[in-house]
Design a protein around this ligand. Structure first.
Ligand SMILES: [Zn+2]
Length: 381
């Protein structure tokens, strides 16, 4: 997702996806074109346009307040927040870990809708007070509209399906009742899938029965919800597989390391043997990438065409791996999905975990043979 940095809030980077700007403009256009002329007739079209723009920005601001509330409460419970992102369908506060307890999860989730309701009340009251003065009714109407939008934001987010806040509240409740975070995840995400399906259905009815194009939008939101819920369900199942196992249970031995200042051609020409992966390390020994040898070969012709300069490994701008200690719980290590994980024991690099290793652990769990030794070679060559 291409995003641009908007600023920081208490040290948390705030970024916006281009879709957020599209929404602000679309909403502003709708408010200027039809909402305000109905609520406060008789103003000039320039006035409506300015108020519409303010309403669009106000919507983004409202979403930001909602997400910032999640972020602040998450931090209070020791969960760090890597960023706040505004995008096409609202906002996301990216939490770096799971809530430590059902109570913490309920508070982190609940504060978002609560802040939207509070904002709705303040805006509604402001609008009402302003209207009593009888001056410039367009301002009052804009505030009233923003208040209503915040109320809708709160109600929508309280729908009981993950990944919505209501789904998180349901998750916290199930977690406390069943005593298992993973069972709760499976339950809450199942609710999210059902909810997503219902919203898609409502969107289709809107589109085909009422003939309203807005139904497409509703269906898109439902589809997004169902998709996100399915991913959470998979994460819940994976969580059950991983349970409390350390990441070292999943890892494979460290492949050969290569200095990342070597030329791509030299690495390919080197004695690679049968290894399919390499770990690139920087000058101070920090892993900078997990390289799939086949990818390197595939990249080479394009690189040769693009530049006459010899290309070094570090010029490839490969995604840096996640570096975790061998004793880290696998579920924590796998939380933020990246292509590869490099496992360390103190200063020493000891292994890597790839998506294939995770798939293997899951398959073994399903076969009920997870306790069999996994480090024995399959082929006795
Ligand atoms: Zn929320």
């Amino acid at each position: 997702m291409r995003t641009f940095r908007v600023g920081t809030f208490r040290g948390i980077p705030v970024q916006a996806h281009w879709g957020a700007a599209v929404i602000a403009v679309l909403v502003g256009w709708l408010v200027a074109g039809s909402v305000l002329p109905n609520l406060a007739p008789g103003a000039s079209s320039l006035t409506y346009a300015a108020a519409g723009l303010a309403a669009g920005l106000g919507l983004l601001g409202s979403i930001f307040v909602h997400e910032a509330a999640h972020a602040l409460v998450a931090r209070r419970y020791g969960v760090s927040v890597s960023s706040i992102t505004l995008w096409l369908l609202g906002g996301i506060a990216h939490l770096e870990a799971e809530a430590p307890s059902p109570k913490a999860e309920a508070r982190i989730a609940g504060v978002g809708p609560a802040s939207s309701v509070a904002l709705a009340a303040v805006l509604g009251l402001g609008a009402w007070l302003w209207q009593t003065t009888g001056i410039f009714p367009v301002l009052g109407a804009t505030l009233m509209w923003l208040g209503g939008v915040n109320l809708i934001l709160a109600v929508f987010n309280l729908l009981p399906g993950a990944p919505l806040d209501g789904g998180r509240l349901l998750h916290a409740w199930l977690w406390r009742r069943k005593g298992s975070r993973d069972l709760a995840t499976v339950g809450a995400s199942r609710a999210g899938r059902v909810l997503g399906g219902i919203i898609v259905g409502v969107g289709m009815l809107e589109l085909f029965v009422l003939g309203s194009v807005g139904g497409l939008w509703t269906a898109l939101i439902g589809w997004f919800l169902a998709t996100a819920a399915r991913q959470e369900q998979q994460a819940g199942n994976l969580g059950a597989v991983l349970a409390d196992r350390p990441v070292s249970d999943l890892m494979r031995p460290l492949p050969p390391t290569v200095p990342d200042w070597l030329l791509v051609g030299d690495v390919l020409a080197g004695p690679l043997g049968t290894t399919d992966r390499l770990v690139a390390v920087s000058f101070d020994g920090t892993p900078t990438a997990v390289i799939i040898v086949a990818d390197l070969s595939r990249l080479a012709p394009a690189l040769a065409k693009r530049t006459s300069e010899p290309v070094r490994i570090r010029d490839l701008s490969l995604q840096p791996p996640k570096i975790v200690d061998a004793r880290t719980l696998a579920r924590e290590a796998l939380r933020d999905p990246r292509a590869s994980i490099v496992v360390t024991d103190g200063e020493r690099l000891v292994g890597i975990v790839t998506p294939a290793d995770v798939a293997r652990a899951t398959a073994l769990h399903q076969l009920g043979t997870e306790d069999a030794p996994t480090d024995e070679p399959v082929h006795a060559a």
